[in-house]
Design a protein around this ligand. Structure first.
Ligand SMILES: [Fe+2]
Length: 297
């Protein structure tokens, strides 16, 4: 997949980098475990991850930060959110995503579907609610944007609000210097075009697979699951505690679930290939419980 617009060998490379930045803690008993004790230390560690990042990952973030402007996201919303590209059911979409071949998974030859099933199965083993399991199964379906020919930097990457100042805690912050929004005074204040605690629903996020999938499924899942889907790549907020001034009461409540989901997203990939034949009936039923037979994509 790599060319100058797609520097990563595959989307996995971005996720591997996330795991280096946010290593798995010793115990996974509570979301609290993930809050760092010393913010200064954390900042320093962050810079080290940047220095150690592979050139492909660095280049990926350079493109992402250079091109994800307020206007770019507006354009992509117009282009994709009429949802008139395909009609398909959720399982069909999983199989479609599975045609996206990722060469970069360092030591397994598991498919996108295998990874999503591993995530969902771990959530299920932990006795989480059924909508949580379902959200785990589908959370990356928005990556089908790649199959529509979208570049990697417009599909994955840590997401962040556009239309206001970029948090210093966003990884590779220096690359925002080349973003045209850096010269738009209205976008460079703390609040930018937003009001204090206006709620994330009123905030434009950088464009990617999270936002796209949210719009496909928004009529069918409970708000907790929708927040998990829409903000699972919003690392500056759910891992680094930034942008709370844009959140309202509901966001603060819902972010407990976004944080609860993150370890499943980052740490459940294993070598064990899920047994599709055995699992399919459970997931067919789960999908039927929440979704119609066909959805607009
Ligand atoms: Fe994702």
């Amino acid at each position: 997949m790599n060319d100058c617009n797609n520097p990563l060998t595959g989307l996995e490379e971005w996720e591997e980098f996330l795991k280096q930045r946010y290593p798995e803690p010793e115990t996974r008993s509570s979301a609290k475990t993930f809050e760092a004790a010393n913010p200064e230390k954390k900042k320093e560690a962050f810079r080290n991850y940047e220095t150690a990042a592979r050139p492909s990952v660095r280049e990926f973030y350079r493109l992402n930060h250079r091109y994800q402007t307020y206007e770019f996201g507006q354009g992509k919303r117009k282009e994709f959110l009429s949802l008139n590209r395909r009609q398909m059911g959720v399982w069909e979409a999983l199989e479609y995503l599975n045609t996206l071949v990722d060469d970069s998974d360092p030591d397994t030859d598991l498919s996108q579907l295998d990874h999503l099933l591993q995530t969902a199965e771990q959530i299920r083993r932990d006795g989480q609610p059924r909508w949580f399991i379902l959200a785990g199964l589908i959370h990356d379906l928005g990556k089908i944007l790649c199959l529509y020919g979208e570049p990697q930097w417009a599909v994955v990457g840590d997401t962040f609000p556009v239309g206001c100042a970029w948090s210093e805690r966003i990884v590779f912050h220096q690359f925002f210097e080349d973003n045209p929004d850096s010269r738009q005074a209205a976008y460079q204040t703390r609040l930018g075009v937003y009001g204090e605690h206006c709620g994330l629903d009123n905030v434009r996020m950088s464009w990617g697979h999270d936002e796209y999938l949210f719009h496909v499924v928004k009529d069918y899942l409970p708000p907790e699951a929708l927040h998990m889907i829409r903000y699972h790549s919003f690392y500056p907020a759910h891992r680094d505690g930034e942008y709370t001034f844009l959140m309202n009461e509901q966001d603060r409540e819902m972010f407990k679930w976004v944080r609860a989901f993150n370890p499943y997203d980052l740490y459940t990939k294993s070598h064990a290939r899920p047994n599709l034949t055995e699992l399919r009936p459970f997931y067919d039923e789960l999908i039927r419980e929440y979704f119609p037979a066909s959805l607009r994509w």
